[in-house]
Ligand binder design. Sequence first.
Ligand code: FES
Ligand code: FE2
Length: 383
Amino acid sequence: MNDTIFNDPEDRYGLPGWTYFNSDLFELEAEKLFRQHWQLVCHESDVAKIGQFITFDLVNERAVIIKGKDGVIRAFHNLCRHRGSRVVAQERGVCKSAMVCPFHGWSFNLDGSLRGVAQPRSFPELDPKQWGLKPIECEIWKGFIFIRFKSGHQPSIGKLMSPYEKLVSDQQLEKLSSCKPPSISEVWPVNWKAMRDVDNEAYHVPMAHPGLQDLYGKDYKDYGTIGDTNLNIGTFNPTPSSRWSVKLYRKMVDNLPEPLASLPKAWIYITIFPNQVISMYPDSVIFYQDIPVSVKKSHQRYAVYARPNEDRVTRLARKLSGRIDEITAIEDMQLMQWSYEAMRSSAFDGLMLSDLESGVGQYHSWLKKRLPVMAQPNEPIRI
Ligand code: FES
Ligand SMILES: [Fe+2]
């Protein structure tokens, strides 16, 4: 075994099982890992029109991202300053000139300032700025809109993603258009880290995902952790595939119009810790994100984007890559549930990670650095 692959030889054994079930730790993760880290909400194309908005919920926080009359995209807490109702109830939509709270009808301008209240004479004078929606830090990287509920140790998203400037330079990320806006899956009965674990390695691909194995299994490479990110590239296998969907997909990718034809024949994944992945395919770009609901429940959020001037072949190729992705997700669901349940068993005494699962070990090591309590082998009485 080569223990230089793991930052710490202990990382080969994974996180202790208690870290997947402890409610105090979940609260700590919510504060330190989720509120204080950048979260990808959507792409500029999801809020292209004036007044177009998208909402985003995460660990008791609620955000609304909306395009103002001045064309600026802003993020606010989706929390009415009167009594805390959601100001915008839907997942996405367009507010013509104001956001109107469904509870008592307070209205807010698209720049977040208070526009008016119902029965104003029943209130003292309210300053529109002071009583406007509370802003949330918001930054756009290559068209992708990130927010952060609370500031933390992370640098700007631009700095965080700077190692990938060259890698994404031909991907036309700023020009994407939304073809499946971010939506959320049903609740999965696992801790969010169990979802990340199954996604952070490709050792299971030959056994668990025959479609992916056919597509790129032999030529998948984990480039390791860079700061709060990780890069993996699955270059398409040169050998012919026996599966119709993969065979057809690779044929279509060979026939994409320029400049898509010049993109790498590969699926490129950039993971942004703690919980999200941007995947660049020759036919489309997607992102997915694991959203903790409670210590034992999580969602996955997922969106698909198209590059400009795509033709019919590109659209069909995108359908096929979506199908391969969907089958992979279904295959993973059962596996993450079994490994999650195991951590509660009296027989569970840690993992034994292969060199090919170093992505899991490196991610656990990153988590332990952020929250050192996770390194404790036994569950603390109180965190
Ligand atoms: S809570 Fe929004 S108007 Fe009352
Ligand atoms: Fe998988």
